[in-house]
Design a protein around this ligand. Structure first.
Ligand SMILES: O=C(O)c1ccccc1NCC(=O)[C@H](O)[C@H](O)COP(=O)(O)O
Length: 324
């Protein structure tokens, strides 16, 4: 048995209202014994690993998890995102490996309906390269019923925040997530939380660069924790990623993926809000994803001796993906 987690203030407030939401969902589901969420809760299914596999690319690759985010407690309004389905198409065409949909309404302006629309839109990419993007339900998960709701909505993964859950609950919800066929992104912000994530068997760990107590964002959090995460665990750097050099440095530090919200939404909406230049917004968001993924190692640039002799990680990498 572990002590209750020390929950940062902002998170504590969000979790209080999540308890009410969970109770409302439970009474809705319990009123109907044939409810799909009730069935998902009872039925064990094999883990599909769509999200995991999309991030588990050869060493040296960087996947972008592109987020649909209208507003946030730290930044206020970010974009209107009239149709999340359209933005999810832009993300897919830009080469995102997965799409994160915030489904918390009060803090982030997102809904489960957004997620369902995005899942349905992504299904249309079946058969086309690179296929549908797996969808992450980004919310404050405190109960199994929210995971079942995500599974029924077609999500491939859910977010579990160690700071919100503590060790015992993270373990229970991680097991429940896998039993319902989904992946879990287990989010940490410091060494102690990372240890908990690893102890409970997380195989996808996200390092959030945003301190939920102060809202300060520092990529140093990712750089500090990266070497402590075992090689066989998928590593994701989350929040505050705005330029290519940072993305490439994170890749060189061993991250498999970066999770990016505000940078992509503002690139898309900045121009999309001006109705005469819709396509510019599309291309800017796509271009940023392509640039983040572009293979330009800062350790072994093209002019280095290693590059010349074709040795070392990244030696043969180029900026070849930059055309949009
Ligand atoms: O973004 C916030 O203000 C926030 C506040 C409280 C809890 C979570 C919060 N953000 C959730 C996220 O993890 C970010 O949306 C995600 O990492 C993307 O960040 P960014 O690229 O900086 O938009």
């Amino acid at each position: 048995m572990c002590a209750a987690p020390q929950v940062p203030d902002v998170l504590a407030k969000i979790l209080d209202r999540k308890k009410d939401e969970v109770e409302a969902l439970k009474s809705q589901v319990s009123a109907d014994s044939a409810h799909p969420i009730a069935k998902a809760l009872e039925t064990e299914v094999a883990r599909k690993k769509a999200f995991y596999n999309s991030l588990n690319l050869p060493k040296g690759s960087l996947t972008v998890i592109a987020e649909i985010k209208r507003k946030s407690p730290s930044r206020g309004v970010i974009g209107t995102i009239k149709d999340p389905a359209v933005l999810s198409r832009v993300y897919n065409e830009g080469g995102a490996g997965a799409i994160s949909v915030l489904t918390d309404f009060e803090g982030f302006g997102g809904t489960m309906e957004d997620l369902i629309k995005v899942v349905k839109t992504q299904q249309r990419f079946k058969g086309n390269y690179p296929g549908p993007c797996p969808v992450l339900r980004k919310d404050f998960i405190i109960d199994e019923i929210q995971i079942a709701e995500a599974a029924v909505g077609g999500a491939s993964a859910v977010l579990l925040i160690v700071a919100a859950l503590g060790k015992d609950r993270t373990k229970q919800l991680l097991d429940a997530t896998h039993a319902m066929g989904l992946d879990a992104l287990v989010e940490v912000h410091d060494e102690d939380e990372l240890q908990i994530a690893l102890d409970v068997g997380a195989d996808i760990v996200g390092v959030n660069n945003r301190d939920l107590r102060t809202f300060n964002v520092s990529l140093d959090t990712s750089f500090r924790l990266a070497p402590l995460i075992p090689e066989d665990v998928i590593k994701i750097a989350e929040s505050g990623i705005t330029d290519c050099l940072d993305a490439w440095k994170l890749r060189d530090a061993g991250f498999n993926a970066i999770l990016v919200g505000e940078t992509l939404v503002t690139a898309y909406e900045g121009s999309a809000m001006d109705s005469t230049s819709y396509s510019i917004g599309y291309n800017q968001a796509k271009g940023i994803i392509k640039a983040f993924k572009a293979k330009g190692s800062v350790e072994f640039g093209n002019s280095s001796m290693a590059a010349f002799f074709g040795k070392g990680e990244g030696a043969k990498e180029t900026l070849g993906e930059l055309s949009i």
